[in-house]
Design a protein around this ligand. Sequence first.
Ligand code: SF4
Length: 245
Amino acid sequence: MTEKITRPASMKDVAMHYCPGCGHGLIHRLVCEVIDEIGVREKTIAVAPVGCAVLAYDYWDFDTLEAAHGRTPAVATGIKRVHPDKLVFTYQGDGDLAAIGTSEIIHAGNRGEDISVIFVNNGVYGMTGGQMAPTTLIGQTTATSLYTRRPEKEGYPLKIMEMMAVLPGVVYLERTSVHSPKAVLATKRAIRKSFEIQLDRKGFSMVEVLSPCPTYWGLSPVKSMERIEKEVVKEYPLGTIKDVC
Ligand code: SF4
């Protein structure tokens, strides 16, 4: 028996602007597959970030709007409170969520807002030229850490999920990746679980996805996937970080 792979109904049939080998297109597709499978396309409202995924609404064929930089969880909070029957999720990079939006994500989690968050961590500011992000690894060279990230000068990688885990309002946290087929499937399962938690009105959940940025890592798409497996997961271990559902 052969299985025909088709484009999810929730995904527009258009070319994407992402660089070759970028993880965003893959993660966008996983979101669409989950939405189709659980049949919530007509009741989904996504909030897109500022960053490389700023144009997510060009690819998703369900209601999506744009928030100011880092304010994504605050906008999602307002939408969900007005429309408690909708599936509301934010899609944010590490610049949006772990830098300018740190306050918003912490307080949304602390309030136990009934939303889902998809946090795409590639360790750099991709949209604006590959500058150092809070999530940049020690020893990593970026446009603003030419001597690499050094703890004594630039501090340590910020582990947002481990920080969020101490908040009572947060019920589910999982860190996944897209560096292998097995990892991609685990990411899809985690996104689905996060959406189902919200539909069951159990509270705030978040999935962090380790994602490649071949352009600003200065690596090929294949080498970028290898870097995630060999280096990035050592700083950001994969798996469930909190599950009190
Ligand atoms: S700069 Fe990086 S994150 Fe942005 S689209 Fe290109 S590969 Fe993706």
